[in-house]
Design a protein around this ligand. Structure first.
Ligand code: AMP
Ligand code: MG
Length: 420
């Protein structure tokens, strides 16, 4: 039986960063950038106004006070997306909107609220004149060329993970596609005579296949592309036939059939069609866990993680072993789950010197995080996992963690859901 870390290291040696591909910008959220992005022009490309107001020459208003406003002649107007037609000269101003290019001759923008524009309109005064009430500073409200991005500047480096902000930056320099590490394809097979496809009618002795769905959703959550192979009944040939359909994947995941029962065929599949590397990890839940490679026709060795069948075991093992493999393929360097220290409200018991992952709901009160077990911890009880936002870890050599002691918690949902 391997320790969790040993099993993980062994699994990870079978994965590496995938190749990159050019993708439409909106398909790249969460993917790793695989090119260096240099700006081909400055942003903003032209000096433009940071406010709705009047573009003018500072000299004209240098001595202005609210009691003694400067009256300027309004010689034109310019909106965002249009080029100014007039030039500002001494004694004149151009009405300007946020984002519009600064007219030649102007060196300052005074916002509407520091002028008498509204009084003029209300009192029916001539609108080809404007009273400026404050002197402000020279160049006030003028956004210089290249204030955000300078031409030829490196703005994004390879290896970063694209978030909405980076996707916005890429769009701002006009890119509609970008080179990213491709998403891994993950084939998922449920095994078991008892399984029915959700959507069909329940039958005596049968249950619906939930693992395919929770696992596929987890694959999507971490950036992979799930490929559902369906359900294989408990016999070796059917399992091999179904798995053959998934040998083009970057990773094969099966659920169930890895324990010591009469119908547990996954280890046999690995032995016959590839290589088995281990089948047991010192953890609870998810002790039975098979890992190996299957031989594809083209000679490729396809990594295969055989997860246990119990729905919580499958998901806990996915988080520990499949998630890091997916992230490594995606080119990520941080593979550990975000972990916090919380004060336990309740107890976690370790019966047999395995590492225990207990389902807890973490919340913050004052300065501390608190972790409350979410109910029955049987590996078949999926609803108590659905009430949890973290997995509290009891190390293998600790027999019990008591109420009030601190505990490490791997966060499943992080971080906004923990604030209470
Ligand atoms: P096994 O690993 O085949 O012994 O299965 C362990 C438990 O998990 C059994 O109670 C199975 O019925 C259950 N199980 C196996 N596969 C699934 C699945 N795809 N969805 C939900 N439960 C499952
Ligand atoms: Mg079974």
């Amino acid at each position: 039986m391997l320790q969790v870390e040993e099993a993980l290291q062994l699994i990870l040696t079978n994965f590496s960063k995938l190749q990159s591909e050019e993708r439409p910008l909106l398909d790249t959220l969460g993917q790793t950038l695989d090119e260096i992005i240099t700006a081909t022009f400055s942003i903003p490309p032209l000096e433009n106004s940071g406010m709705d107001g009047y573009a003018l020459r500072y000299e004209d208003i240098a001595h202005t006070t609210p009691e003694n406003p400067t009256i300027l002649e309004v010689i034109g107007e310019v909106a965002a997306g249009h080029l100014p037609e007039e030039e500002v000269t001494l004694g004149s101003a151009i009405r300007i909107m946020t984002g519009a290019p600064i007219p030649n001759g102007a060196d300052t923008v005074i916002p509407f609220e520091d002028t008498d524009e509204i009084e003029r309109k209300n009192m029916g005064k001539e609108t080809n004149k404007i009273g400026i009430k404050i002197c402000s500073q020279k160049r006030a409200n003028i956004r210089p060329v290249g204030e955000d991005v300078k031409e030829n500047e490196v703005i994004l480096t390879d290896g970063i993970v694209l978030r909405p902000t980076e996707i916005g930056v890429l769009a701002s320099i006009g890119k509609s596609t970008v080179k990213v590490i491709r998403r891994p394809k993950i084939a998922i097979l449920a095994t078991g005579d008892e399984l029915l496809q959700p959507g069909s009618t329940i039958e005596p002795g049968k249950i619906f296949d939930s693992n395919s769905f929770s696992l596929a959703a987890s694959v999507m959550k971490y950036g992979g592309i799930p490929h559902l192979l369906g359900i294989a009944p408990d016999n070796l040939k059917a399992t091999i036939d179904k798995l053959n359909e998934g040998l083009d994947a970057d990773l094969l995941i099966t659920s169930a059939g890895v324990s010591k029962g009469d119908y547990d065929f996954i280890k046999d599949v690995l032995v016959q069609r590839g290589e088995i590397k281990f089948w047991s990890v010192r953890m609870r839940p998810a002790k039975p866990l098979a890992f190996g490679t299957l031989n594809a026709r083209n000679g490729r060795k396809v990594p295969h993680i055989g997860l246990p069948g119990n729905p919580v075991s499958a998901l806990v093992a996915f988080e520990q072993f499949c998630r890091p493999a997916i992230l490594k393929m995606l080119g990520r360097t941080e593979l550990n789950k975000p972990t916090i220290t919380a004060i336990l409200r309740g107890t976690i018991t370790n019966y047999d010197k395995r590492r225990v992952y207990a389902r807890v709901l973490v919340g913050k009160s004052g300065k501390h995080y608190y972790a409350v077990p979410t109910g029955p911890q049987g590996s078949n009880i999926l609803t108590s996992f659905s009430r949890a936002n973290g997995l509290a870890i009891c190390p293998q050599d600790v027999p019990e963690i008591y109420d009030g002691q601190t505990v490490s918690v791997q966060m499943l949902d992080w971080p906004e859901q923990v604030e209470i």
